[in-house]
Design a protein around this ligand. Structure first.
Ligand code: CP3
Length: 340
């Protein structure tokens, strides 16, 4: 059984002794301990595919930073690979797909991934659960279908994802059939993560904010909604970065938690999102470049704005790799020491 289930209780809207905290991208380059383990494999992908190493770095932030949850070390791009579209992770540049999706035939060639295709992730989850030994819950995750689609069409990161958006405007039929295949694969994948022991899941829609409101509803929210309706048994967090316009509709999702980025006003978000949802977030990651007293002061201000119930403290997006470990710890401690 879990010794610390603060995050799960906060997700369900139960009273907690204090606000729980974890950080997006807590398992990664910000920890020298991570970089040391990472050196053992030749590249990022073989690291992700090694369950022992993935489990080891999953547990690191729990011990080193004192966060209230672990997140399984992996990447959202394991789904395109399992569907038949391999990628490379270019050092300091990000992901690169040699082949991208252009035609109906390309979509037809993509397979619907099942849980077995991603056994290295489920194996890592089982190992991490064992190593955590009930200390804190383990979060599983996947990319939202639109964000995955964006990488599969664009082939790499981009400021505008104009190729991916072009596909929505020029071939909505192809777009929907690919999005549906990604959605089906993601549902299988998240169910497998839960069977393997994930205590909670998060859906990352990192590129939500580049779509118009109408297109967001049609090409993203609809598929996130299918996932939320099909995956059950553990609390679900939906984090759609920059999707201000969608906050009201997101209330209708069959999920317990909505993630906010730092540009979303807290009291306005409480009004837009129905009361029976927990909110997660939302400090600017760049706050952690400030001095210790500023970090503490701003973190407490954030906690007061969210209030004592239905809040999971986090940043409004992932940690940047050059943020100092002591500054991160300062944020985590400020949350853990605060009492209403
Ligand atoms: O600690 C954690 O959050 C768990 C691990 C995790 C990674 N990626 C590891 C990783 C998680 C949850 C992700 C999610 C992810 N991956 C997202 C959604 C969240 C977000 O940031 O918006 C996205 C868009 C990706 C795709 C991706 N992976 C990109 C664009 C990059 C390159 C940019 C970068 O940050 O380096 C990655 C690489 C990646 N994924 C790294 C890590 C630790 C860095 C590579 C390395 O360590 O060599």
């Amino acid at each position: 059984m879990l010794k610390n289930d603060l995050i799960l209780r906060a997700a369900r809207g139960e009273k907690t002794e204090r606000t729980p905290v974890w950080l997006m991208r807590q398992a990664g380059r910000i920890l020298p301990e991570y970089r040391k383990v990472r050196e053992k494999t030749k590249d990022f992908i073989s690291f992700v595919k090694n369950p022992e190493l993935a489990a080891e770095v999953t547990v690191q932030p729990v011990d080193i930073l004192g966060v209230d949850a672990a997140i399984i070390f992996s990447d959202i791009l394991v789904i395109p690979e399992a569907m038949g579209l391999p990628y490379k992770m270019m050092e300091a540049k990000g992901p690169l797909f040699e082949k991208t999706i252009r035609t109906e035939k390309d979509v037809a060639q993509m397979r619907r991934a099942n849980g077995n295709d991603l056994h290295y992730v489920t194996d890592a989850i089982k190992l991490a659960k064992k190593e955590l030994n009930g200390k804190v819950p383990l979060i599983g995750f996947a990319g939202a279908p639109w964000t995955i689609f964006a990488y599969m069409i664009e082939g790499s990161g981009s400021k505008t994802f104009s190729q991916a958006k072009k596909m929505l405007y020029t071939n909505p039929k192809l777009s929907h059939s690919l999005l549906q295949k990604i959605t089906d694969s993601t549902i299988n994948y998240l169910k497998a993560q839960i069977s393997a022991g994930a205590d909670m899941i998060q859906i990352f829609d990192s590129w939500a904010g580049i779509l118009s409101h109408e297109y967001y509803n049609e090409f993203s929210l609809k598929y996130i909604s299918q996932i939320c309706d099909s995956v059950s048994g553990v609390p679900k967090i939906v984090f759609a970065k920059d999707a201000h316009f969608a906050r009201k509709e997101m209330s209708k999702l069959n999920c317990e938690v909505i993630g906010l980025d730092w540009t979303m006003d807290i009291s306005e978000s409480r009004k837009l999102i129905v009361e029976n949802k927990t909110l997660q977030g939302n400090a600017d990651p760049c706050l952690l470049y400030a001095d210790f007293s500023t970090i503490k002061k701003e973190t407490e201000k954030m906690l007061r704005a969210f209030g004592p119930k239905r809040h999971i403290a986090n940043l409004g997006h992932g940690l940047y790799p050059d943020i100092e470990k002591d500054k991160i710890k300062c944020f985590v401690d400020a949350v853990k020491e605060f009492r209403f």
